[in-house]
Design a protein around this ligand. Structure first.
Ligand SMILES: [Zn+2]
Length: 411
């Protein structure tokens, strides 16, 4: 992306949605919570002016463009360290900056004036290749049917205990992973009590919306293949293998839509470190371990407030956990979502897992600090390790690969 594109009102909305929180409406104006003043009501308005996004807080009377906002929030002097603001903005938006490296160091005026047509074309081509594909959101009926699945699992403790218990996971994951808007991986259950993985992606205002869903086969029951169309459930055959079929049927079927970004990627927006797992159930195991850590050490026992060190709160240091659907599921274009992050690629220890890890490390190298972790030999995957060794051992094992990671750029 080049400078002028970064300054678009769409990007300013995406940026504000990610760093400031949900947009609200005041009359015709779109407003966000302001990061500067002490006012609790959102007063920071975003408008389009001469083709560019501008913001203004009516309470503090501060204003500017996307770079000014990043700079002011991060204590960066936008005139002398403009390139830092550009990199920071790119990091938040998950895009890569496509100018020659020397350009951002020029004065801002020159840099803007210097965007030539040739470069614009080059940038557009590079962007088409590297950008995540624009997410396709589900229609209202399908989204509503899936929200029903999410609510079903959220409200039925017995069902959650059955489904998560069968995976060796804790029942309270059903509380953590069914809360919409957190960006965490979302799960639900069909009416016939099977686990559903819900995929979402941010819209232009940064709000997470559903893009698709996948159904997991369950043992000990008849598993109809389901399809969701216009909010109606349709059956077509079975996921279970007939007795003479050696291939073993289908462990998963797509219910509708697509996985437009790694599962749980929404929670990675505010985190410096991201663990990339192989498949959804491993992701859940890792989320359980990290959430256990938060529950155990998240609050300072003396103050009852979020625990903080000089480096920041535990909250900001905790990794986000995302899943790529299957070993070969990583899509070209997703790499830019990890720009500027510390990434831990956590795949299975088997040959397929090691190969997938190598491919992923290659795809992500150059964007941030990338490390690879595989479970100790006695465990097949992270889920087995969680089950046998417990959340603390799993966290410690995964975090140990971070210990010599250099600090990436801060957001
Ligand atoms: Zn303000």
């Amino acid at each position: 992306m080049e400078l002028e594109q970064l300054q678009s009102v769409e990007n300013l909305h995406a940026f504000c949605g990610r760093v400031l929180g949900h947009a609200g409406r005041r009359g015709n104006a779109v407003v966000y919570p302001c990061p500067f003043g002490t006012h609790s009501k959102p007063h920071l308005e975003v408008v389009e002016y001469r083709g560019k996004g501008r913001w203004k807080c009516w309470a503090c009377d501060r204003s500017g463009d996307i770079f000014d906002l990043y700079a002011a929030m991060n204590g960066v002097d936008v005139k002398s360290r403009f390139h830092e603001a550009v990199e920071g903005v790119c990091g938040v938006l998950g895009v890569s900056y496509r100018e020659e490296r020397t350009t951002p160091r020029k004065s801002r005026k020159n840099a803007r004036a210097g965007a030539s047509r040739r470069r614009a074309k080059k940038a557009a081509l590079a962007e088409a290749e590297d950008m995540p594909p624009a997410p396709a959101f589900l229609g209202a009926e399908d989204a509503a049917a899936l929200e029903e699945c999410r609510e079903r699992l959220r409200n039925d403790r017995g069902l959650a205990r059955e489904l998560l218990g069968e995976l060796g996971l804790s029942v309270w994951l059903a509380t953590v992973c069914t809360e919409p808007g957190t960006g965490l991986p979302l799960i639900g259950a069909t009416e016939d009590r099977r686990l559903v993985y819900l995929y979402s992606a941010p819209d232009e205002t940064g709000r997470m919306k559903l893009t698709g869903a996948k159904l997991r086969r369950r043992g000990g029951m008849r598993n109809a293949r389901l399809r969701l169309e216009g909010g109606a459930w349709k059956e077509y055959g079975l996921m279970d293998a007939p007795p003479d079929d050696l291939k073993g049927g289908a462990r998963f079927v797509s219910l509708c839509g697509k996985c437009c970004q790694p599962w749980g990627m929404g929670a990675a927006r505010d985190r410096q470190t991201v663990i990339v797992t192989e498949g959804e159930s491993d992701c859940l195991a890792m989320v359980e371990a990290v959430e256990w850590l938060r529950e155990t050490y998240g609050l300072d026992p003396e103050t009852g407030r979020p625990y903080e060190t000089a480096a920041g709160s535990l909250e900001s240091m905790l990794p986000a956990v995302v899943a790529v659907p299957g070993v070969s599921g990583f899509r070209k274009g997703w790499a830019s979502l990890f720009s500027g992050k510390n990434v831990i690629v956590a795949m299975d220890g088997d040959e397929a897992g090691r190969k997938a890890a190598a491919v992923l490390v290659e795809a992500l190298s150059g964007l941030g600090a990338v490390r690879s972790w595989t479970p100790p030999e006695e465990y097949k995957d992270a889920r087995k390790m969680l089950l046998s060794a417990g959340p603390r051992a799993l966290c410690e094992a995964v975090f140990s690969v971070m210990s010599n990671t250099g600090r990436g750029h801060e957001q």
